[in-house]
Structures are given as C-alpha cells and as structure tokens.
Ligand binder design. Sequence first.
Ligand code: ASP
Length: 497
Amino acid sequence: MSIFKFKIPLHTQILIALIAGAAFGAFFNVGHDTLIINYNKKGELLEETIEKWDKIVFEGRENEKVFYADEQTAILKHFKKIEKKKDIVIEVHKAVEVNTYTEVITMAKEKTIATAIKPLGNIFIRLLSFLAIPLVIATLIVGAASLKDIRKLGRVGGKTFGIYIITTAIAISIGLGAANIIKPGEKVSVQAKERLMGTYQDDSPGDIDEEMGIDILDFLVQIVPKNPINAMADGRMLQIVFFAVFFGITLTLIDKSKSDPVIRLFDGISDVMIKMVDVIMLLAPYGVFALIAATVADFGFDILQTLVWYMGAVILGLALQTFIVYPALLKFVGKSGPIKYFKAMRNAQAIAFSSSSSAATLPVTLDAVENKLGIPKQIAGFVLPLGATINMDGTALYQGVAAVFIAQVYGMDLTMAEQLTIVLTAVLASIGTAPVPGVGIIMLVIILQSVNIPPEGIALILGVDRLLDMCRTVTNVTGDGAVAVTIAGTEKKYNSL
Ligand code: ASP
C-alpha cells in the first residue's frame, strides 16, 4: 500500500499548522531592537537598519523625547504622531557612538518572511468572511420558513435568547471572580504602569470625547433596518437576522405554489455556501499557518512578563467557561455528549483562534454543527447566526477581568453594587459587540465608564489584547455551538418542526 493513501485529517492538519506557524513566527520574529529608517541626505533617499541602540533621542520643539533600548513600540508611535517630520532630528546612541538623522521620512519595524506571508492568511479569512452574510440570510430564511408556525419560532427564539443571556452572565461572573481572587492589578509595579500608559495611551479608545453608553430603546430601534440591502452591505448582523426571520415567516403565509420555489432557491443557496466552506477549508492549514506565524513574529513578548497575572486570570476564566460550563450545559440541559461536541468543533475553534472573528468563523461553525453533529438546519441556521451576533461569553468574561484589573492598578476597590453594574453592562455590551477582531476592547470603555474607572486605563492592557482576543473568540464560538446543540436537545420533536 502506498504511503500516499494515508491522509491526515483536516483538523490534525490545522493543529499542525497552528504549532508550526507559532514556531516559524518565533524563529523569524521581528527584531524588537531593530528599526528601519528611511531618510533624506543631500537629496538622496537612504535606508538604514539600526540595531541594539541604548537610547534614541528625538530633538525638535514639542516633539522632544528620549527612549531607551526596549521601547520600540513607543518609538514608532511617537514618530507616527509627529506632524512635521522634517523639523525633527533623531539621535541614535550606541555605547560611545552617536548617529544623527535628519529629514527622516519613515521609521518601521523590519519585515521577516513570517510577516511577509500574512496576505495568504488574510485571503483565507476574507474567503470565509464573504460567506457569512449570504449564508446567514439563506439559512435563516429557510429555518424560519420551515418552523412554519410563529409559536414554535417564538419558543425556540425565547429559549435561545434566555440561554445566551444566562451563559454570558455566568461568564462575566467567572471573570470577576478570577480577577478578585488572583488580584492581577496588585502585581503590576508603578514603573510598569507608567511605561504601559506611556506607550499605549494614544491608542486607547478612552479619549473618545463623547460619553459612550448603552441606550436600550435606541438599541431596539436599530434592530429594525431601514433598508435590508444596506444592512447586508454593512454587515449589520442583528438587522439581517430580523429581516431574514421576518421574510422566512411571511413566506409561510403566502400561496404554497409561490413560496415553495423561493424556499428551494434559498435552500440551494445555503447548500452552495456550505459546500464553499468545504472547499475554502482545504486552504485552512496554509491560512492558519500564515496568520499565526505573522502574529507570533510581530508580538512583543517582553510585555507578557508584566501582564502575566492579568493574562493568567483571563485565560483561566476562559478555560473554566469553555471546559466546565459548556460541557455541563450540554450534558445536563442538552442531554448530549460534550466529547463528541468538542471533537466536531475542533476546526471551528482553530479558525476562531487564528482569525479572532466569530463572524469569519460562522460558516465553519455552521458546517460543524449541522453536518458533523447532525443538528437540523432549522435550529442551527437560527441559533448560530444569532449567537455569533449577540452571544459573546469570552468577550464578556475578559471585560470583567479587565475592569477589575484596571481598577486594582488605580487602587480602586469595586463594591458589590459596582460589580453587579459591570455584570449588567457587560451582558448588554456583549449583545452590541460586533463579531470581528478587537471590538471587545472598545466596548470595554462603556463598562469602565459605568463604574467610573478611568477609561484611559485601557492603555495598560492593549499590548496583549490581540492574544487575548484570539482566546476569547474561541470561547465565543464554542458557546454559540454549545447553545445550538442544547436547544436542539431540548426540542425533542425538532425533526418534525
Ligand atoms: N473578536 C471577538 C469575536 O469576534 C470580539 C471581541 O471580543 O473583540 O468574537
């Protein structure tokens, strides 16, 4: 028998790609003591790589500043901010040597092969992302039309919403608990605090002037799209869900001879989309490899040390939610086997981790829940798109830890009432959080404001946000699928729905 007949299963290939990508990225990592400078000298454009400096000094009126050896990120941010780059002089001090650069045009990190292959990963994520909207529309229309009866839809919808809210509330409580017990904020030194604030302050969404807040009535109004095509073009998930469900239900109210071809059309579209997921997933090992390699190569690992307790609290919380809360939900409420569930979800989890986007992962989640776990289309097609939109347990949990962490660094003690306010605000915020990378940290501003924690404290945690975003997205996606399976388990007669 030829060895070529032996085929490695896709989920194993993706796992290998994840590990190999991380190793590749670590090997070809971007030097954190290296900068590429482009500057003009006597009319000539020159490029120079500077390495292992002791000190970099910016001279020139209001832009004067001194940076030391391990402040690459801060240097690049400072340079970017300078409006009149021509007016500054940059001195690079290395032991006894000082080099001076004028008319500096760009300052950048070096590029390595690991960051250069990122476009391959981006293509993979874009392929998955473009499937999300048509897939949601088609599956929801068919799902709602086949439920046939508004009462059944109401029951499934109510249950789905209820379980989503409960799991999110549990998640954030775990987050608060972990942060209160571990007390990560008390383990950050004053110097570390100052440096983090100095480096990331300008990026924090905290200096948004207007007061952000959640207006529930406005939120409800916004669920109804003025123009469904606009909603689709802008990827407004809740509006799309509203339109598609309404459309699907109304299909059952018109003449069968007219509704049948429409349902068949959308059913066909949904099947094509799912097939496209299968084809695109053949690229998954390469896409995952490229994404992870680029992220690891570009990551400043030195910051991990400073924030290790904070990250530990978030990751411990996410692990509890993912490996204890969901299996319990599946077993005791959904009456289904957690092990089978986790096996089926492996691909979706790996894609969630590499893409940091529940929306991009949705097609893979749908594929796993429908095809691998055999959950009927009516349930999966309804519960999962809704979940990708409103259910963000990982995000809510992380926001709980982050709020307490920032409060601790600022020496604030949060009362029980304040922690409860965090629970409520985070549950609402997670409904409004878009399922794309990095949004959780923006919604965190609202939560911090609700209990008067200074929002600029976000600067403290920005450096590790990408890594935690990857982890919390895995929990978000695992939660969506677990609820879909649970709902199916409680709807005994779902096959005849
Ligand atoms: N990246 C997360 C998601 O798509 C959202 C977030 O927490 O930023 O699920």
